[in-house]
Design a protein around this ligand. Structure first.
Ligand SMILES: *Cc1c(COP(=O)(O)O)cnc(C)c1O
Length: 390
């Protein structure tokens, strides 16, 4: 089990991003953590080894990443997985048949799919509620509730929930409080400090930040939870390879720097789009017009680079999404490069149209993952796509 050192937690976030979790390489003194591309480790004698026996169980590259992300989240233990959904699979394995989960209703589509199409077959039950409505959350809790699962801000409509308030309700019910922090990242929001028991990441997105690997992570502060998750990580075995861990570790070194640029570009573009005559509505927690702007300012220290816009008709959304040049039409988010997506036909296509409509997720909604390019070039690209297509 990898544990964060107390010294790492004394540093500020930009310093933690660069240094936390690194240990000097014992062979050559390599400054960068080597890629330990091995499945097994030589033992000196029967039962005598360096703490590394088999790479599903222990790998130094993976451990460096786990310590780094755990330190960024202000936790004590990190666990890396082969994808964000593998991390979700592992956290749900803390539960047993008969247990009940209350989950936010606007969570990532793959989260909803795994819960409803896999875990229900193993005896878990789920209630999906709008976690912004604390009365509905309290009503959804039953004596069997063992977990509350939240995502904030949500994708693509940028709904927030009050982590402190939700955590208090989960705590009174003695339910584990799990927060998917993929969108905000620890640079802008630290759920463990607001009452979460477990933080989940798709490291595929901002943490790696370069759109060149798939990965997931769980972070906890409590040693007893770490013991159980460590057991599941090894016993179920959905671990990432050392090269992907190394790529992610390279990414997290610049996380603070990148997030500040995503945030600056996101704010500028959201404000500009809000004035644009061809844009009907902008969804961005950093805009004063966002219905939960006050909560966003209280709970987050930045708003990031995810911006959704309402263009009025499907035809206009299609022409706009196909008309950008710098913004690439693609799934995913959180990379240094800007992307444009159409949730109704891409990321959220698996949600039935009636449910999408009830959520307010229209066919004319377009989602932008604003990258770290020069913002004037990004605005010029959006402007030409809005003029010619939108
Ligand atoms: C992408 C994503 C996931 C799933 O992660 P994968 O790495 O694709 O398995 C979970 N939650 C959120 C918020 C995501 O954006």
């Amino acid at each position: 089990m990898t544990q964060v050192s107390g010294d790492d937690l004394k540093q500020r976030l930009g310093t933690r991003a660069v240094h936390a979790g690194a240990v000097p390489d014992p062979l050559a003194g390599a400054v960068m953590t080597p890629i330990y591309q091995t499945s097994t480790y030589i033992q000196d004698a029967l039962g005598r080894h360096k703490g590394y026996e088999y790479a599903r169980t222990q790998n130094p590259t993976r451990e460096a990443l786990e310590r780094n992300v755990a330190a960024l989240e202000g936790g004590r233990h990190g666990f890396a997985f082969g994808s964000g959904l593998a991390a979700l699979d592992a956290v749900l394995k803390l539960l047993s048949a008969g247990d009940h989960v209350v989950c936010g209703e606007n969570v990532y589509g793959g989260t909803h799919r795994q819960m409803t199409q896999i875990w229900t077959r193993y005896g878990l039950t789920f209630t999906f509620v709008d976690l912004a409505d604390l009365d509905r959350l309290a009503d959804a809790i039953t004596p069997a509730t063992r977990m509350v699962f939240a995502e904030t801000p949500t994708n693509p409509l940028m709904h927030l929930c009050d982590l402190k308030a939700v955590g208090a309700i989960a705590g009174r019910a003695k339910a584990l409080f799990v927060v998917d922090n993929t969108f905000a990242t620890p640079i802008f929001q630290r759920p463990l400090e607001l009452g979460a028991d477990v933080v989940l990441h798709s490291t595929t997105k901002y943490l790696n930040g370069h759109s060149d690997m798939i990965g997931g992570m769980l972070v906890v502060a409590r040693d007893d939870l770490a013991e159980r998750i460590g057991f599941i990580q090894n016993a179920a075995g959905a671990v990432p390879g050392p090269f992907d861990c190394w790529l992610c570790l390279r990414g997290t070194k610049t996380l603070a720097l990148r997030m500040h640029q995503h945030d600056a570009n996101g704010r500028r573009i959201a404000q500009w789009l809000a004035q644009h005559p061809r844009v009907e509505r902008v969804y961005y927690p950093g805009l004063p017009s966002h219905p939960q702007h006050d909560l966003a300012r209280r709970q987050m220290t930045g708003f990031g680079g995810m911006v959704s816009i309402e263009l009025g008709t499907l035809a206009r959304a299609r022409r706009f999404a196909e008309g950008t040049r710098l913004f690439a039409l693609a799934e995913s988010l959180g990379g240094v490069e800007s992307l444009v997506g159409h949730p109704a036909s891409m990321t959220h296509a698996s949600i039935p149209p009636a449910m999408r409509a009830a959520m307010g997720l229209t066919d004319s909604l377009v989602r932008l993952s604003v990258g770290i390019e020069d913002v004037e070039d990004l605005m010029a690209d959006l402007d030409q796509a809005l003029k010619t297509g939108g």
